[in-house]
Design a binder for this molecule. Structure first.
Ligand code: SAH
Ligand code: F3S
Length: 481
């Protein structure tokens, strides 16, 4: 099966070490992107200091928090359905309070309290530190809301509690918000302006993770390549910084290097890269350090120059090919994945063919593909008609998914007969006798467990593959173990 995630089916509840003095129970679950899962760890950490231990049992909860996604309409519908479930539980447990966090909270604001009777609390992505105060209000019987977006909140001072963790891989958030204003995208409205986190606090988190036994981190941001630290402040205000601030600024490639050097045995990944902001410095840094994984998630969205322009993506198809060619020159075995949108307003058959031909040129390792979903408030919604019929979107989506599956198969076949390094993350979903992990290119590898353990770096000889998975056998620990 091709790796197409419906990000919004990943609702997952989280557990953390209970604190003895805490008397109340929190059930928290997340939908959407990795940033939401990471934010929920921050929220659980704030509430652990505010009297709450987490529970995995919805029925037991004093407080239910759902971290929501607005990226496509379907994501929002999933959360609305979940609220119905909470409603049913509340009939049995009338004292239970319900709060909505994340992008839907930010987008819908007060409307949430009006439209959904079950909701007592609405908190946007920059207001989580206000949760203890807001909960006091809720306890006194009032609805509470804080959806103020911030210019400087990065939660750099909060050490997230690692929830539902395999103890091996972790996300480390490095930027918040996005300034790119792609015309289809709701993120700049729900997560605000782009700001970067202090590199010192990032390094402290990375070191702390290593000391706790973690072996791989993913540096996380909507647009990691535009990471820029010059002492705080918005990315867009960098022009106004002093000469000293400019001379000592830390770029994403500097940050990667700092992390790679701080923990030379830790695998380092990052996500997501926007082609317009990715510099060759980053690619060169990747090639310089063995512990930075040779893998780039490089969404392009469309292969048509006309559509790229309508989407306000600041590069052409040709510039994208140049970047891909340069990446492959500097890192020949680099894994590359995509995000693609079909059926953006005005997309013609020719535009769609351009997307197919771009994919044929790149032959991505895997990808995440979506039908365009109009989002209220975005430039595309205000200025363009959602004019590609639903069935045509579905048809084009099926075409790119099938093509990607061929390319994925082509890519996985290249590994057959080779030895790849795998970090063991968990038992394989399909067989308890097999481990599952990933190679540096982020392709999933499964192999018999033998005496190996979760968290081991193992060399695996690949004997077979599907389009999504390499199947092999361990031939020993890797030198990084
Ligand atoms: N830079 C972000 C992108 C967030 S959105 C990141 O960290 O991944 C993830 C993907 O969702 C986008 O790359 C895009 O392919 C898709 N997407 C965003 N808005 C969409 C919309 N309105 N309709 C369909 N897909 C969308
Ligand atoms: Fe969205 Fe474009 Fe930013 S896809 S998150 S506006 S880079």
């Amino acid at each position: 099966m091709e790796k197409i995630i419906d990000e919004n089916k990943q609702g997952e509840s989280l557990i953390l070490e209970p604190k003895k003095e805490n008397t109340k129970k929190l059930f928290i679950e997340s939908y959407g992107c990795a940033m939401n899962f990471s934010d929920s760890e921050i929220v659980a950490s704030i509430l652990a200091d505010g009297g709450y231990n987490t529970t995995q049992n919805l029925e037991d909860a004093d407080l239910v928090l759902v971290n929501t996604c607005s990226i496509r309409d379907k994501a929002e519908q999933t959360v609305r359905k979940r609220l119905e479930k909470y409603n049913a539980v509340k009939k049995i447990n009338p004292k239970m309070k319900v709060g909505v966090l994340g992008c839907m909270a930010e987008r819908l604001k007060n409307k949430f309290l009006e439209e959904e009777k079950i909701v007592d609390l609405v908190v946007g992505p920059d207001a989580y530190k206000d949760l203890p105060n807001l909960l006091n209000e809720v306890e006194e019987g009032r609805d509470a809301i804080n959806v103020i977006l911030s210019k400087d909140e990065t939660y750099g001072d909060i050490s997230p509690v690692r929830l539902n963790s395999n103890g091996v891989t972790a996300f480390v958030s490095i930027t918040r918000g996005c300034d790119n204003m792609c015309t289809f995208c709701v993120v700049p409205f729900t997560r605000g302006r782009e700001r970067s986190r202090d590199p010192q606090s990032i390094l402290e988190e990375v070191n702390d993770l290593w000391n706790k036994g973690f072996k791989e981190i993913t540096l996380l941001g909507q647009n990691v390549d535009s990471y820029l630290w010059y002492g705080g402040g918005l990315k867009k205000d960098f022009d106004k910084a002093s000469d000293i601030q400019k001379a000592t600024a830390v770029t994403f490639s500097n940050l990667l290097e700092l992390c790679a050097k701080a923990q030379p045995k830790m695998r380092i990944r990052f996500s997501t890269s926007n082609p317009q902001d990715m510099t060759l410095d980053v690619v060169k840094t990747m090639s310089k350090f063995e512990n930075i994984c040779n893998y780039i998630h490089l969404p392009v969205q469309s292969g048509s120059n006309r559509i790229l322009k309508e989407m306000n993506r600041q590069h052409t198809r040709e510039e994208y090919f140049d970047l891909i060619d340069n990446i492959r020159k500097i890192i020949p075995d680099c894994g590359i994945s995509q995000d693609m949108i079909v059926g953006f307003p005005t997309e013609t058959e020719q535009d769609h063919q351009d997307t197919l031909s771009l994919m044929n040129h790149v032959k991505y390792d895997f990808g995440y593909m979506f039908a365009y979903s109009e989002r209220p408030g975005t430039l595309a919604e205000r200025k363009m008609e959602d004019d590609v019929p639903h069935d045509l979107k579905k048809q084009r989506l099926a075409e790119i998914v099938a093509l990607q599956q061929n390319h994925s198969q082509y890519r996985t076949e290249q590994f057959v007969g080779k030895i790849v390094e795998v970090l063991i993350e968990k038992s394989s979903k399909k067989s308890d006798a097999h481990w599952s992990g990933r190679n540096p290119q982020s392709t999933v590898v499964v192999f018999p467990k033998e005496h190996y353990q979760i968290g081991d770096f193992v060399n695996v000889k690949v004997n077979d593959c599907t389009s999504a998975t390499l199947i092999g056998e361990a031939v020993g620990y890797s030198k990084n173990n």
